[in-house]
Design a protein around this ligand. Structure first.
Ligand code: ADE
Length: 236
């Protein structure tokens, strides 16, 4: 049976979705809190991964084990694209790991895990549905590449270097790992990030300030996605 999995890294990124679930049941799978419940008449399973790529990969596997047949990742990111501003949404077309580099051996590009593609694609239909849901909330929605790494970026030069090396619009710490795990598990995946900061030296104050807004935004977009109908039942 088709069931949507919802993934977020931090408590603030999942707490409103969790609070909106009817008949919530929580268990730990692969060390990760996973809650099944219903939202707008649909069965959902929600996981909080914790921060970083390893946690995101494990949580994606936990959602698969809990029966999710598609995964959407929602949360915050630093905007690094030219016209990407705080409060905008970025929906990934594909995702790359900016902190991977085995290019010294030749044969792989910076960002590319040997034996893997440079970037992992988001599911086209699921990403389109997420973008439509966010734009229905009045957000400015950008579509493009998201770069993930185990680093909080708070430096303009570093942000600009990642943007230009990977042609990325946003930087965060989990999405590409979830997409890599989802590809292994043959789960369609899409990632939406609300821009909390622009990865410069103001990010250390902009990010915590935006944390107060993200729970409501994540719930609104998940609710809009679910209400729109079970698109995840049709994706492959
Ligand atoms: N998530 C939100 N803002 C971020 C940033 N600047 N770097 C990494 N992850 C983030």
């Amino acid at each position: 049976m088709a069931m949507l999995g919802v993934l977020g890294a931090m408590t603030v990124e999942v707490e409103a979705v969790l609070a909106a679930l009817t008949v919530p049941r929580t268990e730990r799978l692969l060390g990760c809190p996973v809650t099944r419940g219903r939202l707008a008449g649909e069965d959902l399973v929600v996981a909080k991964s914790g921060v970083g790529k390893v946690n995101a990969a494990l949580a994606t596997a936990a959602l698969a084990r809990a029966g999710a047949t598609a995964v959407v990742f929602t949360g915050m990111a630093g905007g690094i694209g030219a016209d990407v501003h705080i409060g905008d949404a970025v929906v990934a077309t594909d995702l790359v790991q900016h902190d991977v580099d085995a290019s010294a051996f030749g044969g792989t590009l910076p960002g590319q895990v040997p034996g893997e593609p440079l970037a992992w694609d988001a599911d086209v239909a699921l990403a389109a549905a997420l973008a439509e849901a966010a734009s229905g909330l009045g957000a400015t929605v950008h579509r493009g590449r998201i770069a993930s790494g185990d680093q909080f970026i708070a430096d303009h030069a570093r942000a600009a270097a990642i943007a230009s090396a990977f042609d990325a619009l946003a930087v965060e710490m989990e999405g590409a790992a979830a997409a890599q795990a989802a590809a292994r598990l043959r789960l369609p995946v899409a990632v939406l990030r609300w821009i909390s900061d622009t990865a410069n030296d103001e990010a250390v104050t902009d990010f915590p300030a935006f944390c107060a807004r993200v729970a409501a935004l994540d719930l609104a977009v998940v609710q809009a996605l679910v209400t729109r109908g079970p698109i995840w039942a049709h994706v492959d």
